[in-house]
Design a protein. Structure first.
Length: 151
């Protein structure tokens, strides 16, 4: 066989694409899988945050319902702000449902004593969070306020 024949055969083998589509398909499959996992994590985080905000809003309303309207309206020095009653109402609201038991809520009152401020936190586990290194879950935070009925 001549030199030119061997050289053309070597060039044909070097330009052959057989077998290169399997790694390409596997690569695209991996990229697609990671995109689906990211979308699931994002929607899970959004849903968990929405649920936390709902619990926080409910806790603030429960605390606002515990405010003594006449005492808040008159601002008497002898009348104490009902912070203990507000915190007890918030804790009762959280204890009423097992789904709310993991939420940590710190309730406070505004300076005039008519608005309840709720600061809520929870550590949630997200689907596929181990892929990005959050095996212990993520900390989510929500704030809410509700004004008590002052008669």
């Amino acid at each position: 066989m001549s030199r030119a024949g061997r050289a053309s055969r070597i060039l044909q083998r070097a330009g052959d694409d057989r077998g290169s589509t399997i790694p390409l398909i596997l690569g695209f499959f991996l990229i697609g899988l990671l995109m689906v996992a990211g979308a699931v994590m994002a929607s899970d985080a959004f849903t968990q945050q929405r649920d936390l905000q709902s619990v926080c809003d409910g806790a603030a309303v429960a605390g606002a319902n515990a405010i003594d309207g006449p005492a808040a309206r008159t601002h008497e020095l002898s009348a104490t702000l009902p912070l203990a009653a507000v915190q007890a109402a918030v804790q009762n609201y959280l204890a009423a449902d097992d789904g709310r038991a993991q939420v940590s809520v710190q309730a406070g009152l505004s300076a005039d004593g008519s608005t309840v401020l709720a600061d809520c936190r929870i550590r949630t586990q997200l689907a596929f969070a181990g892929l990005i290194g959050h095996r212990g879950g993520i900390e989510q935070h929500a704030r809410s306020q509700a004004q008590g009925v002052v008669q």
